[in-house]
Design a binder for this molecule. Sequence first.
Ligand code: NAD
Ligand code: UDP
Length: 316
Amino acid sequence: MKKRILVTGGAGFLGSHLCKYLLSRGNEVLCLDNFYTGAKENIVDLIGNPYFEIIRHDITFPIYLEVDQIYNLACPASPVYYQKYPIQTTKTSVSGAINVLGLAKRLNIPVLQASTSEIYGDPAIHPQSEDYWGNVNCTGIRSCYDEGKRCAETLFFDYHRELGLDIKVARIFNTYGPNMAVNDGRVVSNFIVQALTGKQLTIYGDGTQTRSLCYVDDLINGLVSLMSTNEIHEPVNLGNPTECTVLELAESIIGKTKSESSIRYESLPLDDPKQRCPDITKAKKMLGWEPKIGFEKGINKTISFFKEKLAINRIN
Ligand code: NAD
Ligand code: UDP
C-alpha cells in the first residue's frame, strides 16, 4: 500500500538513495534536510516527481507533519563534519530523536533510527554483536557523535518501553557508494578522489586499523526490511562483514583507478577505532538479510560515480 514516508537527512548520501528507493516502490516521500552535509544535487533527479517533497528544516526544532512512517537519518556522519560543530551534532542526535519520536508518538507510527557502529566506540570485542555495550570515551572528539547516537538509542527504547511506540534501531557500519560528497572526508571518498586527481592518499596512523565496507544498495535493502518488520524492538547491526585494513583499501583503490598516486602517512586522530566488523547473525536470522554486493562491484560503481562528478566539476 502506498505510504507517505518522512526521511530526515534525505538529501544526504544514504538518505538520497533511500528516498529514491521508496519512491520507486510507489510511496510518497517527504525529504527533510537542513543541507549541512547533504545537497540538492543528490536528489535533483527526484525533484519534479509529484510524490516527492523537500522540506528545508533543522530537526533540532520540532515539526508537525502527517506521515505513515519515519526514517531518521539526519546527522552528519563524517568525522570531519560532525567534529566541526560538535554541539550541533549532539543536538541533532538527541533533540532530533526527541522531535521525531514526538512526531511518531502523536501519529502512532513506526520510526526507524539510523544508529551506528560508533556506539561500540573503540571495540574491545571483535566482531561486534548487538549485545556488546561498547568502549566509548564520553569526553573526546568523537563523543559528540558516539554519545549523541547512544542517547538517541536510549530515547528510542524508552519510547518503546514507556509508550509502546513501534521503534526500529539499525546500527549501520561503514557504508560507501555514489552520492558521497567529494569533500565528505570519509575514507572511501577521500581515497578515490585523491587517486583520481593524482594527489597522495592520506592514511591516518599506520593503516593497520580495519573497517568493513558495505555498498549502499545493500544497506538500503537492510533498512527497508527492518522497517517492514513488526516484532523486532532491539538493535540490529547492518553492514558487510568483509574486513580490510585502511592500507589494503588505499592500495586497492590505487590499483583500480590505475593511479600514480603515492601514500602519505598522517597522525591518527584521537579515539579512532582500531578495528570494526559487524556480526550480522541477527540481521540474517531475523530479517533474512545479508549483503549481496561484493567490494569489487561496489567500488567500481563508486569510482565511476566520482569520475563523472569530478569531470562535471572541471567543466563548471
Ligand atoms: P550524510 O552526512 O551524507 O547525511 C546526513 C544528512 O543529514 C545530510 O543531508 C545533512 O544535511 C542532514 N542533516 C544534518 N544535520 C541535520 C539537522 N540538524 N536537521 C536536518 N538535517 C540534518 O551522512 P550519511 O552517510 O548519509 O548518514 C546518514 C545517517 O546514517 C546518519 O544518521 C549517520 O549517522 C548514519 N550512519 C551512516 C553510516 C555510513 O557509513 N554512511 C554509518 C553509520 C551510521
Ligand atoms: N582514514 C584515513 N584517511 C582518510 C580518511 C580516513 O586513513 O583520508 C581512516 C580513519 O582514520 C579511520 C578509517 O579511515 O581509521 C575510516 O575513517 P572514516 O572517516 O571513513 O570513518 P570512521 O569509520 O572512522 O567513522
